[in-house]
Design a protein around this ligand. Structure first.
Ligand code: GUN
Length: 284
């Protein structure tokens, strides 16, 4: 039996159209959600992500500003721009595309963004709020995964949830969200012993490793829900996930790559930006 494909492209279109409808209502009250996107240097993958973020803003009716800064930009200049955006009334959300060049401290950039405008939810204040379960913003990739599992009526309550990868952007917040939904969560990483055995326990397996085809069919229990957060390129340059596509034959539900978790990520950024605008105007 082949798994049900969890269609992130379709769900993304549905969520974006509901965001647009809400934006139109807000505009009647004189409020336009606004996102500022900063990119430093010219990493080709980051340029594509930033272009897609601008496109999504237009689709949702948002105001947007893009700052493409040269790679030589100093940390002080970047922090100065962030400070200006923190105080700009047109800007509800600020995102600095990561990675930044080596001479800039990523943590200094994250710390500089006003937590109320931190639509990535990377600021320590927002990270702490996620930990205690009282949060406004959720990092976009884990938020998108939760929307997908809800859409397909998958309930993590009491289930064995295994998250492979412990990044601050995906693995750690993903684990917390599953825990808040009463999953029994195991976090795995590069030092985990007997990784295959741990993965085989999973009712819900989330792969956020960054290695093409890392999760093979022998690591997956029959009927598991498999969420593939990876965006890699194989030797032929084709975009592929962390999960071997042959896992489709073992899983009950699975996200394809492309078209699964990926499209949801930017949509969740839009959702956070809308929420930021509402919070800043006392509407929530
Ligand atoms: N680089 C890769 N993913 C992300 C993300 O979600 N947000 C930001 N700001 N940079 C990224």
């Amino acid at each position: 039996m082949s798994a049900v494909r969890m269609d992130g492209k379709a769900l993304s279109a549905k969520v974006r159209s509901s965001i647009l409808a809400e934006t139109e209502q807000l505009k009647q009250q004189g409020i336009t959600p606004g996102l500022a996107v900063i990119i430093v240097g010219n990493d080709p993958a980051s340029e594509i992500y930033v272009r897609n973020k601008e496109k999504a803003c237009a689709e949702c009716g948002f105001y947007s500003e893009k700052y493409a800064l040269p790679a030589e930009t100093s940390q002080d200049e970047l922090l100065g721009l962030i400070d200006q955006l923190n105080h700009s009334p047109q800007i509800s959300g600020i995102l600095c595309q990561l990675p930044v060049p080596d001479h800039i401290s990523e943590q200094a950039v994250i710390n500089a963004i006003d937590p109320k405008k931190d639509v990535d939810a990377f600021h320590p204040v927002n990270v702490g709020k996620i930990m205690v379960g009282n949060f406004d913003f959720v990092p976009c990739t884990p938020a998108g995964v939760m929307e997908l599992i809800d859409e397909y009526q998958i309930d993590p309550k009491g289930k064995e949830c295994v998250v492979v990868g412990r990044s601050n952007i995906v693995g750690k917040p993903m684990s917390m969200l599953l825990l808040h939904r009463h999953g029994t969560v195991t976090m795995c990483h590069s030092r985990t012993q007997h990784l295959d055995e741990v993965c085989r326990r999973a009712d819900i397996l989330v792969a956020a490793v960054g290695k093409a085809g890392f999760i093979t069919p022998d690591m997956v229990k029959d009927g598991a829900v498999v969420i593939d957060v990876g965006i890699n390129r194989n030797a032929a340059g084709k975009v592929c996930g962390d999960v071997d596509p042959a896992v489709m034959e073992k899983a009950s539900f699975m996200t394809p790559v492309p078209g699964g978790a990926g499209p949801m990520t930017i949509t969740m950024l839009m959702k956070n930006t809308l929420k930021a605008a509402k919070l800043q105007h006392g509407l929530l």
